[in-house]
Design a binder for this molecule. Structure first.
Ligand SMILES: NC(=O)c1ccc[n+]([C@@H]2O[C@H](COP(=O)([O-])OP(=O)(O)OC[C@H]3O[C@@H](n4cnc5c(N)ncnc54)[C@H](O)[C@@H]3O)[C@@H](O)[C@H]2O)c1
Length: 256
C-alpha cells in the first residue's frame, strides 16, 4: 500500500534527534525520500541508518541553520541527491538551557543569550523557509512546509522569555509565508508541541517533571512519534486546505 508521501522528497532539519528524527523516520515510512540535516552530522547519519534499515531512502547533511550559506547548501545537496524538494520540516532548535542558566526572568537574561536563541530558533527557520521556497518556486510551485513552533509560540511561560519570543516569531513567519505563497501552491504551517520527552527536555523533566504534569490534562509527556505522525500528514496532500495554521499537540496543556 502506498504511503501518504509516496514519490515526494523531504528535507528535515534537526533530524538527528528527538522530534526531527522521529519525523524523518515516519516520512520515509510514508514513502518520501528524506534529507536529514543537522549540525550534528554523525547523529544525522544515525537517523539515515534507521531509515535505510527499514527499507527507505535517505541522506545525511551537516550544517548550521543560523548560517545562510550552509542552509543554501543543505537545499542544494537535497536537490542534487533527489532532484527536488516537495516537503520541508524546519525543526532544528534549542531550549533556554543551551544559552544560559535555567530559571532566569526577563531582567536576568543576557543579550547574548537572547540573540543566540533568536538566531537558532527564528533566523534558522527564516533561512530554511527562504531557500526551500526559492527551490519550490523554481520547480514551478507546489510544496508543503512545516515549521516547529511550540505552545510557547502561543502563550507566555515564566523564565523562558527568549524562547517564547522566538517561538511567537516562528508562528508569525508561518502566517506571513502562508499568505505570500498560497497562490503558488506552497502551504506553510507550524506544529506547536507541548512537553515532549526528548534529549532537549530530559533535564527539565528530571528536575520539575511532576510540576509540569500537574498542568497537563493527560498527565503525561508526549513522545516524538506523536508529533511526527501529524507533521507527515500536514506535509501530505491530505492536508490540502491547511495553510497558515498552528497545530497544537500538547495533551491539553493549552486548553486548561
Ligand atoms: N521537546 C519538547 O518538549 C518540545 C516542545 C515544543 C517545541 N519543541 C521544539 O521541537 C524542536 C525539536 O526539539 P527536540 O525536543 O526534538 O530537541 P532535540 O535536542 O532532541 O533535537 C534538536 C536537534 O536540532 C539540532 N540543532 C540545534 N541547533 C541547530 C543548528 N543551529 N543547526 C542545525 N541543527 C541544530 C540539534 O543538533 C538536535 O539534533 C525544537 O525546535 C524545539 O524547540 C520541542
Amino acid at each position: 500500500m502506498a504511503g501518504i508521501l509516496e514519490g515526494k522528497v523531504a528535507l528535515v532539519t534537526g533530524g538527528a534527534s528527538g522530534i526531527g528524527q522521529a519525523t524523518a523516520v515516519v516520512m520515509a515510512r510514508e514513502g518520501a525520500r528524506v534529507a536529514v540535516a543537522d549540525r550534528a552530522e554523525a547523529d544525522a547519519a544515525g537517523t539515515v541508518a534507521l531509515i535505510n534499515a527499514a527499507g527507505g531512502q535517505a541522506i545525511a547533511i551537516g550544517g548550521d541553520v543560523t548560517r545562510e550559506a550552509e542552509v543554501a547548501a543543505m537545499v542544494a545537496r537535497t536537490v542534487s541527491a533527489f532532484g527536488r524538494i516537495d516537503c520541508a520540516f524546519n525543526n532544528a532548535g534549542i531550549s533556554g538551557r543551551a544559552v544560559g542558566p535555567a530559571g532566569q526572568r526577563s531582567h536576568e537574561l543576557s543579550q547574548e543569550a537572547f540573540d543566540t536563541m533568536l538566531a537558532v530558533n527564528v533566523r534558522g527557520v527564516f533561512l530554511c523557509l527562504k531557500h526551500e521556497v526559492k527551490q519550490m518556486l523554481a520547480q514551478g510551485g507546489g510544496g508543503a512546509i512545516v515549521n516547529t513552533a511550540s505552545i510557547a509560540g502561543l502563550i507566555g511561560l515564566a523564565t523562558s522569555a527568549h524562547y517564547v519570543a522566538a517561538k511567537h516569531g516562528v508562528v508569525g513567519l508561518t502566517k506571513s509565508a502562508a499568505i505570500e505563497y498560497a497562490l503558488d501552491g506552497i502551504r506553510v504551517n507550524c506544529v506547536n508541541p507541548g512537553y515532549v520527552a526528548t534529549p532537549m527536555t530530559k533535564d527539565i523533566i528530571d528536575e520539575r517533571g511532576q510540576d509540569i504534569l500537574a498542568k497537563v490534562p493527560m498527565r503525561r509527556f508526549g513522545v516524538p512519534n506523536e508529533i511526527a505522525e501529524a507533521v507527515a500528514w500536514m506535509c501530505s496532500d491530505k492536508a490540502s486546505f491547511m495553510t497558515g495554521a498552528s497545530h497544537v499537540i500538547d495533551g491539553g496543556y493549552q486548553a486548561a
